[in-house]
Design a protein around this ligand. Structure first.
Ligand code: SF4
Length: 491
């Protein structure tokens, strides 16, 4: 597979124009983000702190004392510290400390945000940063603890920032109508479109940069495998799919399956803890019994080797999942995409080397998986075959994977800038979800025409504006840096 290339700056010419900064400010605080860019924001860290399923059990102060979180505090969606009225137990004697908690990416952000002189921060009892480091005690309220998340998160193998659903956590209320709407309404339709294009390019550039950093760390093929698995899991099973890709890495999958998709499927299902027990008495037709027997014959000799890596069945969600999207079907898609010698990463690399034709269609075609063993006419192990074939990866999921993974990977792997630009202009649109509709409503009001964001790039732009400005805003839009950064109305 291609070596990871540097991303050419001219791939995203619109990202630094049209009022959308190349690296927008996430929290309404007028400052640049830390460099190099971290693959997460303060909002991710706030989610980690708030949610005991994400927050590591073993935290420590900068002085080495153990910290237990009795109560993380109430999430503050207004001005002031991030969490109010928290309670912590500290040290071997478990002394109780109560107060507010402020979260940052780096310890020095406390000084850069000028919290020391702000009376709203006087009750802060813990300053929590991702990166380790200490501030002078005099800069913090008396007795405030300094806690770094990174060492504990690094020791949690299944943790990934990408698994955090930022929208599942509290967001601040916003002014109605928001100030950006008045500024945008004075722009021409072409200017409004250019703002969305620039925001969309900014989103894809950052995604490409993050992928590139991950590829340098874990190798391009493994990263494509992990990210495709997460996308196949969709939201309910994103985390266990990603975990499976780490516990059964691509090299092991290929070596152990010898290129056979059914063997690869058996290994994926076995490590996922999803392979049905063949000795259980179930009403299954002969094709199902024969397929499961084949899978068990492939899994059984390797099961001891992978025993410690197995994922509990209870980690998988079926709530609200359509039968066609269940993990046992999606894992066959993974097996077909990654078991063969010329698997998805190599085929992406082929398109990068020879990007002639319509790359979007060529990339989308990678997910056409006709004739899948057993699953091409099945929705579950318990139901009869369907009369028509059922795709393992539907077109809308394939388009989402194209936008969120293949296109940024295309850039990260060094596709020629011209090919990238033509792909960007022809970017297929994902279905407009609730986030896209709500952001468009906030920005353009109830009477806007959805034609404005019919293109895939502009829909990405709406998502990015939401993440960069709306999601972290705690000032009822009053201090949002987006409206003043927009271009002046054309004369
Ligand atoms: S936070 Fe900013 S971008 Fe979002 S609605 Fe308010 S003014 Fe507009």
């Amino acid at each position: 597979m291609n070596a990871v290339s540097l991303i050419a700056s001219d791939w995203f010419p619109r990202a630094a124009t049209g009022g959308h900064r190349a690296r927008p400010v996430p929290c309404g605080v007028s400052e640049p983000p830390p460099t190099p860019p971290a693959p997460f924001t303060e909002r991710h860290l706030q989610c980690v702190w708030a949610d005991d399923r994400l927050r590591p059990a073993h935290l420590a102060t900068a002085a080495g004392e153990r910290v237990q979180v009795e109560h993380p505090g109430e999430w503050n969606v207004g001005p002031g510290p991030d969490f109010l009225h928290a309670a912590l137990r500290v040290g071997p004697e478990l002394r109780r400390i109560v107060g507010d908690v402020e979260i940052h990416v780096r310890p020095a952000d406390w000084q850069r945000h000028r919290h020391a002189g702000d009376p709203r921060y006087r009750r802060v009892c813990a300053h929590v940063a991702y990166f380790p480091g200490t501030l002078p005690a005099a800069d913090l309220p008396p007795g405030a603890l300094q806690i770094a998340l990174r060492p504990a998160l690094d020791a949690t193998p299944d943790f990934a920032f990408d698994n955090i659903d930022l929208l599942a956590y509290p967001v601040a209320a916003r002014a109605t109508p928001p100030p950006c709407r008045a500024v945008l309404s004075r722009l021409t339709p072409a200017q409004r479109g250019a703002v969305l294009d620039a925001a969309g390019e900014s989103r894809l550039r950052r995604r490409a940069e993050l992928l590139q950093a991950a590829m340098l760390d874990r190798g391009p093929a493994q990263v494509v495998y992990e990210e495709t698995m997460a996308a196949l899991g969709y939201r309910p099973n994103q985390a266990p799919f990603r975990r499976l890709a780490r516990r059964l890495p691509l090299d092991r999958l290929r070596e152990s399956s010898a290129g056979d998709p059914v063997r690869a499927y058996a290994l994926l299902m076995g490590v996922a803890g999803l392979l049905p027990d063949p000795t259980a008495r179930r009403a299954q037709d002969s094709e199902t019994k024969a397929f499961l027997r084949r899978c068990w014959d492939a899994w059984w000799p390797r099961s001891d080797e992978f025993l410690a890596r197995r994922i509990p069945r209870s980690d998988w969600s079926r709530v609200g999942l359509r039968p066609a999207n269940r993990p046992e079907r999606r894992l066959m898609a993974a097996a077909l995409l990654f078991a063969p010698a010329a698997s998805l990463p190599e085929r992406i690399a082929d398109v990068v080397r020879d990007p002639r034709g319509v790359p979007a269609e060529r990339l989308l075609a990678l997910f056409d998986l006709p004739g899948a063993p057993y699953w091409s006419h099945r929705l579950s192990f318990a139901t009869a075959p369907t009369s028509e074939p059922v795709a393992l990866v539907g077109r809308s999921r394939a388009r989402a994977i194209l936008v969120n993974l293949l296109l940024p990977a295309f850039a990260a792997l060094g596709a020629p800038a011209e090919a990238w630009k033509s792909l960007l202009d022809a970017l297929p649109a994902e279905e407009p979800n609730e986030l896209i509709r709500q952001t468009a409503l906030r920005l353009f009001g109830p009477d806007h025409s959805p034609r404005l964001y019919r293109s895939g790039l502009r829909r990405q732009g709406l998502i990015q504006i939401h993440h960069d400005y709306c999601l972290g805003d705690r000032t009822l839009c009053a201090a949002c840096p987006f409206p003043p950064a927009l271009p002046p109305a054309a004369p």
